[in-house]
Design a protein around this ligand. Structure first.
Ligand code: NDP
Length: 293
């Protein structure tokens, strides 16, 4: 039987709608409009597309969007000064610095300069620590979106075997923390892991965040498993055109999995929707108001 396809696009639309409702409530009842500041340094084309899309969706749900586009040769000191200004600005509830930053800027220094309460990407060391110790944190958007979809498709996750492929700070590690928080039995595998296919064969949940096109083979997946494909890889089709594929061999895997996210249209749309949700959460926390559920 073919897997259920997890429609991240539809899911993200529902989440955006609920964000928009909460924004409207904040405006009408409290005269507060959540604001998200996005900072882009340089002219990386993919980053420009992401930033444009974030700004557009921020406005669509009724929030204020502040975009800062800085030249590639912006100094680290100037970027830190802008972040300090945004930290102090009460109309800005969320700050996102688009990664990657140019080589001459220390990424960790910049991320950790953001007020943790406004760190809607959840990359600040305080938020990573809060998440790891089971306390209230800003949770990174991509793993948060994955978790929302998993909850919807698997229901209660307690006791399930989850394997996360990848251990990056932005996807793999926070994903593992979130699954642990849900009482899954979590295994994290990476490039030095031995017998990865054996480990995957026992997984009820697979989250692939590898960055290698079609890496996960259908034969490695347990029948009926739920597969979340975070990967976004552009491959050459050999005829001068390219196409986006995930980290999972989707066509074969959907014949084995119980449910699976497609690429595109799976995790990607949920990431921006979660960014909007995190901004509303940050705004509510800043004003000691009830947060969206
Ligand atoms: P990183 O490159 O930071 O991490 C990749 C991870 O995969 C590393 O932990 C690496 O192991 C592991 N890995 C690499 N090769 C292998 C292998 N052969 N076997 C097992 N593990 C391996 O990537 P990110 O976490 O930033 O992103 C992963 C993917 O997700 C990318 O395709 C990225 O584009 C996509 N992405 C998508 C988002 C979305 O919104 N949908 C958001 C963010 C990322 P090691 O640590 O040992 O090197």
């Amino acid at each position: 039987m073919t897997a259920r396809i997890i429609d991240g696009k539809a899911f993200a639309a529902i989440l955006r709608e609920s964000v928009a409702e909460h924004v409207s409530h904040l405006k009408q009842t409290h005269e507060i409009t959540p604001g998200l500041a996005v900072v882009l340094v340089g002219d990386d084309p993919a980053s420009q597309v992401y930033v444009r899309s974030k700004g557009k969706q921020t406005v669509e749900v009724g929030m204020h969007s502040y975009e800062y586009k800085l030249p590639a040769d912006t100094s680290e000191a100037d970027l830190l000064a802008l972040i300090e200004q945004l930290n102090l600005d009460p109309s800005v509830h969320g700050i996102l610095v688009q990664l990657p930053l140019p080589q001459h800027i220390d990424e960790a220094l910049v991320i950790n300069a953001i007020d943790p309460a406004k760190d809607v990407d959840g990359f600040h060391i305080s938020n990573a620590g809060l998440l790891a110790t089971g306390q209230q944190a800003m949770v990174p958007c991509t793993p948060l979106g994955c978790l929302m979809m998993l909850r919807e498709y698997c229901g209660n996750l307690a006791g399930l075997n989850a394997v996360v492929i990848g251990r990056s700070n932005i996807v793999g590690k926070p994903m593992a923390q979130l699954l642990l928080r849900e009482s899954c039995t979590v295994t994290v595998v990476h490039s030095r892991t031995r017998n990865l296919p054996d480990i995957l064969s026992g997984a009820d949940i697979v989250v692939a965040a590898v960055g290698r096109p079609l890496f996960v083979q259908a034969e490695w997946i347990k029948k009926g498993a739920t597969v979340i494909d975070v990967g976004i890889n552009r491959i050459d089709q050999g005829d001068g055109t390219t196409r986006l594929v995930g980290d999972v061999d989707y066509d074969a895997a959907k014949e084995v999995a119980g449910a699976i996210t497609p690429v595109p249209g799976g995790v990607g749309p949920m990431t921006i929707a979660c960014l909007l949700a995190n901004t509303v959460t940050a705004c509510c926390r800043a004003h000691s108001l009830p947060e969206p559920k």
